[in-house]
Design a protein around this ligand. Structure first.
Ligand code: SF4
Length: 271
């Protein structure tokens, strides 16, 4: 019962409900942690405080959709053979109620054959204005994780969102919007064929895994979607509000680096 309450509060906090005394309550990783100066500090990395959170984060593998189930919503989508063709297939999309509200449709950026893919939930104001995912403050933090933490270039990875148009006032994506837009993400995954996906935040994780399990229980463990290993972790926007959680995100990122055979820096990711 207590665990359920903690998970619920954690999820609310990640979704942006301020004022809830959750960080210290829900995560052993956050206990005693203060905001770190750098996005991913060595001290945070080496702290053992997050281990209990990792040990607690266990969830059964998510049921995968039947092959083609999602793509069959849009006949012809399964025949696309490149990201450019998917983008053209989406076109000036008016398939859901977000279409008239957007400035730009935000398709995705990066290496079309990347080993690593990051998936967020939806564009925000900066992304809507520029037509590129993760370019605001949260985007800068994600870039820091990729470049300063993992030692990669942002252009080495592929970055996109579950839905391609900004919900008004950055509200959470609604189920009908996710259902309408997610086949495009699935085709992006099929075509990039990364070795690993990092799903950022509650909505991306729940949309990809088709579960309602709080991210605090899912993160830190490998899952699978469309035959690709998936690591859930907190959204960078949540880290801006709760910097004490950077250490657990860094733990998740280290698992990804191990899978990809990347060298983990001896003194943390930020230099
Ligand atoms: S969110 Fe997706 S389905 Fe909705 S209009 Fe944008 S591209 Fe189309």
């Amino acid at each position: 019962m207590l665990d359920s309450v903690r998970d619920y509060l954690s999820q609310l906090a990640e979704e942006g409900l301020a004022g809830l005394p959750v960080r210290g309550a829900v995560s052993a990783a956050g206990q005693g942690a203060s905001a770190s100066k750098l996005p991913l500090s060595a001290a945070a990395v080496l702290s053992s405080a997050g281990n209990s959170a990792r040990a607690a984060a266990s969830a059964p593998p998510a049921p995968l959709p039947a092959p083609g189930e999602l793509l069959s919503r849009y006949p012809g989508l399964e025949k696309t053979t490149s990201l450019e063709e998917v983008k053209a297939f989406i076109g000036d999309c008016k398939r859901c109620k977000l279409a008239p509200l957007r400035t730009h449709l935000v398709f995705g950026v990066g290496n079309p054959t990347a080993d690593l893919m990051f998936v967020g939930e939806a564009p925000g104001a900066d992304e809507d204005a520029r037509g590129e995912p993760f370019v605001g403050r949260a985007g800068q933090l994600l870039t820091d994780i990729i470049e300063r933490g993992m030692g990669l270039k942002r252009s080495d990875v592929y970055i996109c969102n579950v839905i391609k148009c900004r919900p008004p006032d950055n509200r959470n994506p609604e189920p009908d919007e996710v259902a309408t837009c997610e086949p495009f993400l699935m085709r992006q995954i099929d075509l990039v064929r990364p070795r690993a996906i990092v799903a950022l935040g509650t909505f991306a994780v729940q949309a990809l895994l088709k579960v309602k399990t709080p991210i605090s229980r899912l993160r830190g463990n490998w899952h699978e979607v469309r035959g690709v290993k998936l690591m859930p972790t907190f959204h960078p926007a949540y880290l801006l509000r709760s910097p004490g959680e950077k250490r657990v995100v860094w733990q998740d990122i280290q698992e990804v680096m191990k899978l990809l055979g990347l060298e983990i820096p001896a003194r943390g990711g930020a230099r």
